[in-house]
Design a protein around this ligand. Sequence first.
Ligand code: NAD
Length: 262
Amino acid sequence: MDLGIQGKWALVCAASKGLGKGCAKALAGEGANVVITARGAEALEATAAELRALNPSVQVVAVVGDITTPEGRAAALAACPQVDILVNNAGGPPPGDFRDWDREAWIKALDANMLTPIELIKATIDAMAERGWGRIVNITSGAVKAPIDILGLSNGARSGLTGFIAGLARQSRLASANVTVNNLLPGVFDTDRVRTTSMGAAAKSGKTLEEVLAARRATVPARRFGTADEFGAACAFLCSVHAGYITGQNVLMDGGAYPGTF
Ligand code: NAD
């Protein structure tokens, strides 16, 4: 299937590794020019080189910066001639007990996982509508549908974003202008983040990392973790010309882990 996004410009935030990188790979593979961001230059440049090798016909621009800051967002936007596709992503907040979180911890989570995507949408969506085409995908979490108790900061911040997007996507001035806004909800994917959190769990429980990972895999009906490439393919489809009638949706990718009918 030709996704019809050749020559479009995509801004993919937090994309040197993991799910963001998976999305950037899929979009570049389909012929979209990409601006990718991350805080560390080394991993970001390596990913940029990988994308250029994957599809030498697209432009790949790497922007080092923290996307949760106004400066990081300004640099990312300045590097993108026009944003036709916006993939919002940032690191997830740390786990813990809400009794230990002060206002600062909450503001940090809200900044990263709610307000940063909203700021980037605000900066780009009206121009998309004027051009009559736009795709926005927010990487959120399966925790929006089934909250994970130790990830209260994530449950709260991402649910705030989800509520906002539900209203925004249904504005007829956007939907009728072929601008869609959807959320992609990862369950457990094989990325650095999952390894880091599992290492923490292993250290606490006295189990090996492999034992913790095996126990997590056993909770997924697919009996495996998702891959960043699978996640990227779903993102690219939501960004394609074929997905113009899908908007305001929360698309869960979790190998069957969520137990509900809806
Ligand atoms: P990851 O740690 O593998 O990769 C995160 C990427 O984001 C890296 O490229 C990192 O450099 C970049 N990054 C982080 N913070 C940034 C910032 N402030 N500015 C710019 N770049 C930044 O993480 P991942 O597993 O790909 O997760 C991506 C998002 O999805 C996170 O918010 C995570 O909480 C969420 N999520 C992941 C899973 C999973 O199973 N992997 C499940 C649910 C939710």
